[in-house]
Design a protein around this ligand. Structure first.
Ligand code: AMP
Length: 390
């Protein structure tokens, strides 16, 4: 895999594909973790006197009304603050103004172009990797650096498209992410996997790929109910993925000693934070109970398995962590892993957000910035954004 060390970027015009897909509320950035994660590569290019052109997607653009919601301008302003230097925002994804600005760049100048998915409005050019578009963006620079870990599993014009046309390498963030995930190829034992979240389908591939390496797979969150239902329990009104029940049965039959399910549940009659919360053993759930978190007995059991772990991979929260009353198990186990200094990799998205809320994120060994990309990599799938650079 070509990295920044393999390419001479000194004084060159570099195009960096970042992952600036940050959560926005009324045009304000709610969490700038992803912008901060891009700084190492940008600073490396500044040290090498590069002219820097940045691009990224932001949200989804399907209709005109999505344009204002997903405007990249606030990212330029935040980046300016974080870098303490000017970032010129070009409110275009192509055109004369962009080309003129690029041609007038001096060393260490930084340009950020508008959201690459603005190109999706007219025939999904970005997301379907329109060949002309990739070629056009590539024509703006000398070298392409892909530092958008979160989109490596997609073949878009702004990653695969550009990389098909000019000399390319991965950036420092992608390098760091891959290094951490590659440690899971031969993990130190005991190796424990924690899986939560709601979408069982997304995680079956990871289970199948890691089950032989892992000593135990601890299952919580919404996905636990599909396993519990498959195991014959009455799960009341909890979330369940009926399409995956057979697969869960197969996995539990094949690896009975490896899959660990919760034995008690924090339940409510309604899907909100306010209605009364009752902890129940798993065989006590009534038809109208909704399981929103794993219970304290299960947390104790999970900690027992984690106690001697040398390596932990965790994807998906153990409960509806967005509700304050149902993030108890997730927070308790995150804090336990930090306290016991257990080497832990958090696999993107919601579990990283939960770690931010519980103020444990900075003490965790590695918090991955990619959700889907992390899962696909762990499933052993080839990521198009990487393959083209290989
Ligand atoms: P995923 O994208 O599959 O990792 O799912 C993350 C989502 O799972 C978060 O938004 C959580 O609120 C949700 N989640 C976790 N536990 C439960 C549960 N018991 N019932 C419903 N949703 C849950």
């Amino acid at each position: 895999m070509k990295t920044l060390q393999d390419i001479d970027i000194k004084n060159k015009k570099v195009i960096i594909r970042c992952d600036f897909n940050v959560p926005l509320k009324n045009g304000r950035i709610v969490d700038d973790t992803r912008i901060k994660a891009s700084l190492d590569t940008i600073n490396y290019c500044l040290k090498n006197n590069c002219k820097i052109i940045l691009l990224s997607h932001l949200g989804r653009v399907k209709e005109e009304s999505d344009l204002t919601k997903n405007n990249m301008k606030p990212v330029a302003r935040r980046l300016e603050k974080l870098l303490d230097r000017k970032v010129k925002f070009i409110n275009q994804t192509r055109g004369k103004r962009l080309e003129k600005s690029v041609s007038e760049m001096n060393e260490k100048d930084i340009i950020l172009i508008q959201n690459t998915r603005y190109e999706d409005l007219d025939g999904k050019k970005e997301s379907s990797n329109d060949l002309e578009l990739g070629k056009y963006w590539a024509s703006l620079g000398d070298v392409f650096i892909n530092d958008a870990f979160g989109t490596l599993h997609r073949a878009h014009a702004s990653n695969v498209g550009i990389a098909s046309n000019i000399q390319s390498c991965i950036g420092l963030l992608v390098e760091k992410e891959l290094k951490a995930l590659n440690e899971l190829n031969s993990p130190e034992k005991p190796f424990i996997v924690i899986l939560g979240g709601s979408k069982v389908k997304d995680k079956i591939g990871v289970i199948e790929n890691l089950v032989t390496k892992a000593n135990k797979i601890l299952i919580g969150g919404g996905m636990a109910f599909t396993f519990l239902q498959a195991d014959g329990f009455d799960i009341g009104n909890s979330i369940v993925d009926y399409d995956s029940i057979e697969l869960c049965q197969t996995i539990m039959k094949k690896y009975p000693e490896k899959i660990i399910l919760p034995i008690d549940i924090a339940t409510s009659k309604e899907f909100n934070n306010e209605s009364e919360k009752t902890d129940k053993d798993i065989n006590e759930l009534e038809y109208n109970d909704i399981g929103l978190d794993i219970g304290p007995k299960s947390v104790k059991i999970f900690k027992k398995y984690l106690k001697d772990a040398k390596m932990v991979l965790w994807n998906g929260p153990l409960g509806v962590y967005e509700f304050k009353n149902y993030r108890k198990a997730t927070t308790s186990i995150l804090k336990y892993l930090v306290k016991e200094n257990i080497k832990t990799i958090l696999g993107g998205g919601d579990i990283v957000a939960a770690a931010s809320i519980s103020k444990t994120k900075d003490k965790i060994y590695h918090a991955s910035t990619g959700g889907g990309a992390t899962l696909e990599y762990l499933e052993g799938k080839k990521l198009p954004g990487l393959e083209i650079i290989k």
